[in-house]
Write a protein that binds this ligand. Structure first.
Ligand code: SAH
Length: 250
């Protein structure tokens, strides 16, 4: 039997936001591999082995998945959102790059999912409607000095910014420092969206200006969208709309 390896994104949480091609790959798989909370989102069925791993063993998890595919198993590695956004796809390719030549001939495919920033943006309007960038605030995989530099230059370039991993139990400082830095570079009326657990029953959306933003508005299930200087709020009953205009005048 020929094995394969699919690196799939499960989207932000809502089952209706899992793409049909991901659902099909999972239906054909013999093994599903990933961080435990994501593996648990895959329904149990006979013949499907589940391999739940901790979030700190990415390369080992990637190697394990590649070895199984090499041995003829049909393996799906799952990430939340999109697997190419701060997730497993790059870890798999790193393992392939450093691994035995035989891994380069394996059938490996990446199946995209809806990433948190796009799901969050859609819930409030179109805050990423012009140029934007995404920054991971976790310093697990890079030095804080680099995060700070990228934040500063992104603010200076007037991008809208999506902040992933703004905070975790082990790491409280990311969002505090990011807000301090933004306050140095942006006006107090700058629009921020704290979007938590988007598309799940625990979803919470908070739209505030920079002057009102507090670090505890973010947790590990929150993506923070920071508008550009052009980002607008349309107030109305209920959650306001937030959008960034399509054009920047000359
Ligand atoms: N691959 C994922 C990101 C993994 S990093 C993706 O493409 O979405 C984990 C971070 O993603 C979290 O700390 C949070 O910032 C964000 N995130 C993931 N799911 C989310 C959701 N449903 N709502 C808000 N943020 C989410």
């Amino acid at each position: 039997m020929t094995g394969w390896l699919v690196i799939a994104g499960l989207g932000p949480g809502n089952q209706a936001m899992v793409t049909p091609e991901v659902t099909q790959a999972v239906a054909e798989a013999t093994d599903v591999v990933g961080y435990a909370p994501y593996v648990r989102r895959v329904p149990r069925r006979r013949g499907l082995r589940r391999h739940e791993t901790s979030n700190h063993e990415e390369i080992a998890r990637a190697q394990h998945a590649l070895r199984m595919a090499e041995n003829g198993r049909r393996v799906v590695v799952v990430s939340s959102g999109d697997p190419g956004v701060f997730a497993m796809a790059a870890a798999i390719f790193e393992a392939v790059h450093l691994g035995p030549d035989s891994w380069r001939t394996l059938d490996i495919r990446v199946l995209s999912g809806i990433t948190a920033m796009l799901a969050a943006a859609a819930r409030v309007g179109a805050p990423l409607g012009h140029d934007f960038c995404a920054i991971n605030l976790s310093d697990n995989l890079k030095p804080w000095a680099l995060i700070e530099k990228r934040l500063r230059l992104a603010a200076e370039a007037d991008f809208a910014i999506a902040l992933y991993n703004p905070r975790s139990k082990a790491r409280l400082k990311g969002i505090d420092l990011a807000l301090d830095l933004l306050r140095e570079h942006c006006e107090p009326s700058r629009v921020l969206v704290f979007a938590r657990a988007v598309s799940t029953p625990e979803e919470q959306l908070r739209i505030v200006c920079l002057a009102e933003a507090l670090p505890n508005m973010a947790d590990m299930r929150t993506v923070v969208l920071i508008g550009s200087s052009a980002t607008q709020i349309i107030n109305r009953d209920g959650t306001p709309f937030v959008y960034t205009p399509r054009a920047v005048p000359e």
